[in-house]
Design a protein around this ligand. Structure first.
Ligand SMILES: Cc1cc2nc3c(=O)[nH]c(=O)nc-3n(C[C@H](O)[C@H](O)[C@H](O)COP(=O)(O)OP(=O)(O)OC[C@H]3O[C@@H](n4cnc5c(N)ncnc54)[C@H](O)[C@@H]3O)c2cc1C
Length: 405
């Protein structure tokens, strides 16, 4: 049954798109996504899209497993119902240890220990470990998936507005109850989202899904006088970790493999790039993570690219598979993965406000965990239900009690 609730999601990455998708599955059609640049302009359009079923434990493990299974189901539905291919497939995943070569192209020195590696691996592999098989690891194209979800939201009555959100208008609810006094709910709610050079958007529920940029929303809460600074602390803990990636066009090999490398370089450093083969012949490689920062460019499209990092990634790929030496590096890019100060995402209602939610800080598992985030935040918003992992991700953990009441 249609739900008339007005939802406004700030951020058109995989997290915002997944939340919008699951809300639309639950009957909400009045969904607006506010995106500053373009859909999937940040990490959601530049990530590897690797998915692992059982690499985490406890409540997080259950959450990730449910998301892993949801990806398989959704990819099939996208094909069957929407004629959309998001390059989902199951993978075999290896961890391989190699040393930097003097020559870019190695002769094919296979050892007997490498039998289960594909025969186009030409690097001298010192150690290998199978990290996952086709039951436990998979991949999806994150940019295709994000855009597909947004298209479905639009086809069900939702809309995307390109614009930079920059504040809220709030109101005080005069009828708040005793429960509110214990911060279960709040007497303050947001009524309008302010957008640069555009009309404000009115909504019943607002969801901050701005990835690594979420810290930029902290000052928006200065007018929510009731719990003032406490609200901001929940946003201030998020920043970004920059990483580089390249995409080589080669058309082969296309077999379903992913490689996590321990790459011993000449200077003594061990690098840990990752290489994924995509079904369309793209070879994706990423690495070179930097320090956590809150100094991000406004647009996901204007993140500076370090050419030497990209060239280094290319050299490593060619050392792994020398047949790729003449492949064209079609994409060189950098982006920020969203990271909170304790490493776990923030998913839930912002403490101190009645109707503002957050879903950000998914670190290196945002593509994997996007679908469970969308499904479970929908349950929380519409039914008040919180899974054990959502309890762990409650932004309240960063709430600081102060004398601001
Ligand atoms: C190199 C790399 C490889 C990765 N590989 C994997 C992988 O293999 N598997 C995996 O599970 N995860 C992977 N990740 C992690 C994953 O990409 C992220 O966790 C995920 O994309 C985060 O999604 P998001 O929607 O939270 O953020 P983003 O993708 O950053 O989206 C946030 C959006 O908000 C918008 N925005 C920001 N501020 C505003 C504003 N004021 N108004 C309007 N819009 C705004 C931005 O423009 C952006 O589009 C990888 C990350 C990196 C960097």
């Amino acid at each position: 049954m249609a739900n008339p609730i007005r939802i406004c999601i700030i951020g058109g990455g995989i997290i915002g798109a997944s939340i919008g998708f699951y809300l639309s599955e639950a009957g909400c059609s009045n969904i607006t996504i506010i995106e500053r640049t373009n859909i999937a302009c940040g990490a959601s359009g530049r990530a590897g899209g690797f998915l692992a079923k059982n690499w985490r434990s406890g409540a997080e493990g259950k959450f990730s497993e449910s998301s892993f299974l949801a990806h398989a189901e959704l990819a099939q539905r996208l094909k069957d119902e929407f004629s959309t291919d998001v390059m989902y497939r199951r993978l075999t995943t290896f961890n391989i240890t190699i040393n930097e070569n003097n020559d870019e192209v190695n002769t094919n020195k296979h050892t007997s220990d490498k039998q289960s590696l594909p025969n186009w691996i030409t690097a001298d592999v010192h150690e290998k470990e199978m990290l996952g098989d086709e039951d436990t690891t998979a991949q999806v194209h994150p940019g295709l998936l994000t855009n597909a979800l947004v298209k479905i939201i639009e086809s069900r009555g939702g809309r995307v507005i390109i614009g930079g959100a920059n504040g809220f208008l709030f109101e005080t609810i005069t009828t708040h109850t005793e429960k509110d006094e214990h911060h279960q709910t709040s007497p303050v709610r947001a009524i309008k989202l302010l957008i640069e050079d555009q009309e404000p958007i009115e909504a019943d529920i607002f969801i901050l899904a701005m990835g690594p940029w979420t810290y930029q929303a902290a000052p928006w809460f200065r007018d929510a006088i009731v719990f003032k600074e406490n609200i901001s602390h929940q946003l201030d803990v998020i920043g970004g970790v920059k990483a580089h990636s390249i995409v080589l066009k080669n058309n082969q090999p296309t077999e379903p493999y992913a490689f996590f490398l321990a790459y011993q370089s000449h200077d003594g450093n061990v690098l840990d790039p990752e290489i994924y083969l995509r079904p369309n012949g793209d070879i994706y490689a990423c690495g070179f993570s930097e320090e956590h920062t809150q100094n991000l460019p406004d647009s996901g499209n204007s993140v500076s690219i370090n050419e030497s990092n990209c060239e280094r990634l290319r050299q490593i790929v060619v050392q792994v598979a020398s047949t790729l030496k003449d492949s064209n590096v079609e994409i060189k890019q950098a982006c920020y993965l969203p990271q909170s100060s304790d490493g776990s995402p923030l998913i839930g209602r912002l403490h101190g406000l009645n109707n503002v939610y957050i879903a950000a800080g998914h670190s290196c598992w945002g593509i994997l965990n996007s679908l469970a985030t969308g499904a479970q935040l929908t349950q929380l918003i519409l039914k008040g239900e919180m899974s054990p992992f959502l309890k762990q991700c409650d932004p309240t953990r960063f709430y600081r009690r102060g004398g601001h009441r």
